[in-house]
Design a protein around this ligand. Structure first.
Ligand code: SF4
Ligand code: SF4
Ligand code: SF4
Length: 774
């Protein structure tokens, strides 16, 4: 229906949406998909953007932050024209050059990541609609009105029911298909266009995650932004080995949810241990505080080898593909529950639960695609198998570790094949003499990838030996994590919006991502601790949220026990699993909308421009490993939020780096285009070590919009961390001091002396309301 004095516009016809719309003072009702939506906000220029719709925004970002490529390989072997040598300026048989090939690989990674999250969310939404119906409401309670800020901005819609989420997924799937098709031989040929497509894939990934997390929050009654969610047991040591143990690994809460539901129904919650690894762990603790978290992905092989689990239930993503072999070696039972990971197992979904239990006791592994059946089956099988396995030993004892170490020839292949060059050979040499110091150190830092074992010519079970020593030497492997709270409440945004935008809160640091840590989990906790003490806001998700909990102070307290869970200065917020990363970009979007009244509806570029210029947030993916992490980081970049990745992040092959020279921005108030300081300096950058990462964080939280007081606050922290970790002033400080007013009072003399030495000159004028949309 077209309302009086309003016009209906076909958004598809808007070629340059921003230019077309900026002078148009119109309110309209636009078709979104098949149905018309209520007129809750005037529609912006880019609802449901297609692949090229936001290209103009991407090119603005890419002009300022040109892609920097680090080819791992300069050959392409994607089609049978090849393999083609793209080194030294050569082109492939299809005409592709090395830059475009690198950008294509990045796009492929982002498509895989986005498909993974969209597939996961589709699975969840499909299942929840079957269970609760299409009209099940999206209700996040009275304290959250902006329920899905990403969907509002990207889709131009305000989803009200689970059924509405299907429409969003339809859009995501369509976009992923187009993006993936662009990687085919003889399609896109320009590296910047590949990058624009990668940014689009990242945005789709963010949207798909929002769908999945909101669906599970409303349907499972997970916390809806509560800041005081319960403290959950975390770590190897919190699992009661005297009970049957069910371990859930992966990312999809559905099977674990049915296990917890069955235990509750049968009043057996205290009789069986349900624990998890990776994001499924976080999400089952959002369903029940009886569930426990073993740890991040890095502890997967070690925990399975420890033989504590009687039944291992796997769902999807980031699970070891040899999990079946590893589980069977311990005498436990494996249940696969997802079409994406069938592991060659017989599909027994058609059998009834009792038949499946008998099958599993005979065959030890099966595929059950009807997740509802997994509840009873996993529990009843665990009860039986736990008795059978009571005295089963799966790890060597310490004497056997010494005996095994004596078989080591000290050839050093393990060290060379370890991604972190850990000193396995040296640990073996010490263990031969009964000294386990090397293995103790290894246990703290190793992430159990097993590459050392795979190459060892003596077939030594290095991960099992490390696990045994860790078990013996770290008796107290019990920690705490606060259960994932989901979104940030509107009221919290109202109270921190101004201090963040003006720089009085020096920054929001999002610690996210996997556990490909160069030096163990402790470094993530160290980053969190440093910035909590400095009153930044720390937000965490996924494996990084777990890593933060795996460190204790001298009083035995974890950071979750020491700092509040509110989104405020000095708060430590665990949003939840990887899906919950959407609430981090969601919080930045809500600052634009709730605090600054920037309309969201179909208004991507204006919202992203606001975030880039005014919201001092930085993502840190210290252990980023997966294609999902590539998509998440690229999606966050499109919103204008910079990301720091750990040293392994260089293997993603592409960074977005500025040259450190002054940027240009327009002052919205005067219309002038002026030179500004280069902030944020980069969009995606690697740090070689944790000290470098810590020192980059305050710098990447600076924004052109900082008031002099806010900038002085940020500069104070930048100088202070640099002096703490490197014992000197930051070598590029002069770039970020706009005028003398930006210099923190406490550091005035030394900063002035430094600036004089550098020949620093103040900026005569800089924008009071900066934008790059011109
Ligand atoms: S896609 Fe192009 S560069 Fe790659 S192998 Fe085929 S022809 Fe060679
Ligand atoms: S590869 Fe095996 S044999 Fe060689 S040093 Fe390492 S543990 Fe010893
Ligand atoms: S299992 Fe640990 S020590 Fe072995 S290669 Fe992997 S990270 Fe290195």
């Amino acid at each position: 229906m077209v309302m009086e004095n309003k016009i209906e516009i076909d958004a598809k016809k808007l070629l340059n949406p921003l230019v077309k719309m900026k002078n148009a003072n119109i309110s309209m009702k636009i078709k979104v998909g098949e149905e018309e939506e209520e007129d809750w906000e005037p529609m912006g220029p880019t609802p449901k953007p297609k692949v090229p719709t936001l290209r103009y925004w991407d090119f603005k970002l890419l002009e300022r932050y040109p892609p920097f490529y680090m080819p791992i390989c300069d050959m392409c072997c994607l089609c049978t024209f090849g393999k083609c040598d793209l080194s030294k300026g050569k082109k492939g048989a299809c005409g592709l050059n090395i830059k475009a090939q690198q950008a294509r690989v990045v796009l492929l990674a982002c498509c895989i990541g986005a498909a993974c999250h969209a597939g996961h969310s589709r699975h969840l939404v499909h299942h929840l609609i079957e269970k609760f119906g299409r009209n099940y409401p999206i209700d996040l309670g009275n304290e959250i009105e902006v329920e899905m800020p990403i969907a509002r901005t990207v889709m131009g819609m305000k989803p009200k029911t689970l059924g509405d989420l299907e429409k969003i997924l339809d859009y995501c799937e369509e976009q992923i298909t187009h993006l993936l098709s662009a990687t085919h031989t003889g399609q896109e040929g320009d590296y910047l266009d590949f990058e624009s497509k990668a940014l689009h894939a990242g945005m789709i990934d963010d949207l798909a995650r929002e769908v999945g997390d909101i669906a599970q929050i409303v349907a499972y009654n997970m916390p809806k932004g509560d800041e005081d969610t319960p403290l959950i047991d975390l770590g190897f040591g919190c699992i009661d080995k005297n009970k049957p143990v069910i371990l859930c690994i992966g990312h999809n809460v559905v099977p674990g949810g049915y296990i917890l539901e069955y235990l509750e129904e049968k009043n057996m919650e205290d009789e069986v241990e349900v624990c998890g690894i990776c994001c499924t762990a976080i999400d089952i603790t959002r369903v029940s505080d009886k569930a426990k978290v073993v740890g991040p992905l890095s502890r997967q092989l070690m925990f399975v080898r420890s033989g504590v689990a009687d039944v291992v239930v796997v769902d999807e993503q980031c699970i070891r593909t040899d999990i079946l072999e590893e589980v069977l070696k311990t005498g436990a039972v494996l249940i696969a529950t997802n079409e994406k990971m069938c592991l060659g197992l017989e599909d027994v979904s058609h059998m009834n639960e009792d038949e499946i239990i008998s099958y599993l006791l005979r065959n030890r592994a099966a595929l059950i695609l009807d997740e509802e059946k997994v509840g009873k089956v996993a529990v009843e099988v665990a009860k039986i198998v736990a008795k059978e396995r009571k005295d089963k030993k799966t790890l060597p004892n310490l004497d056997e570790v010494v005996e095994l170490a004596r078989q080591c020839t000290e050839c050093g292949w393990c060290n060379r094949n370890c991604p972190n060059a850990f000193k396995v050979k040296e640990a073996m040499a010490l263990a031969k003499q009964g000294n386990f110091d090397g293995f103790v150190d290894l246990y703290k830092r190793c992430y159990g990838c097993g590459r050392c074992e795979a190459i060892c010519p003596r077939n030594l079970p290095i991960v099992s030996m490390t696990t045994k020593v860790g078990e013996a030497y770290y008796k107290d492997l019990k920690f705490k994590i606060r259960a994932g709270r989901g979104p940030i409440k509107d009221v919290e945004i109202r109270s921190v919006g101004a201090p963040i935008v003006f720089g009085d809160i020096p920054g929001v640091v999002a610690l996210v991502g996997c556990s490909n840590h160069p030096n163990g989990e402790e470094e993530v906790a160290l980053i969190a601790k440093e910035f909590l003490e400095r009153k930044y806001i720390i937000v965490a998700t996924g494996c990084a949220a777990m890593a933060i909990g795996m460190w204790k102070d001298k009083d035995g307290k974890t950071l979750y026990e020491k700092y509040p869970g509110e989104f405020r200065a000095g708060g430590l917020v665990n949003c939840g699993s990887c899906l919950s990363n959407c609430h981090i970009s969601g919080a930045a979007i809500k600052i634009a909308n709730i605090f600054a009244k920037v309309p969201l509806r179909g208004n991507y570029a204006e919202v992203a421009d606001y975030i880039l210029n005014k919201v001092g947030a930085v993502g840190v993916a210290w252990g980023a490993m997966s294609q999902k992490a590539a998509a998440i980081a690229t999606g966050v970049n499109r919103w204008g939020i910079p990301v720091i990745v750990g040293p392994h992040g260089a293997k993603y092959r592409r960074l977005y780096l500025s040259n450190g020279e002054k940027f240009k921005a327009k002052d919205k108030k005067t219309g002038e285009i002026l030179e500004i300081d280069p902030v944020p300096e980069h969009l995606i950058v690697t740090a070689e070590n944790v000290k470098e990462c810590i020192c980059m964080i305050p710098k990447l939280c600076m924004r052109p919009n900082d008031t002099p007081k806010g900038r002085a606050n940020k500069i104070y922290h930048y100088v202070d961390v640099y002096e703490k970790y490197f014992g000197r002033m930051p070598p590029d400080l002069e770039k970020f001091v706009r005028t003398e007013k930006d210099i923190p009072f406490m550091m005035k003399d030394k900063i002035m002396a430094y600036l004089e030495e550098k020949g620093w000159k103040p900026l005569e004028k800089y924008p009071q309301d900066p934008t790059i949309l011109y």
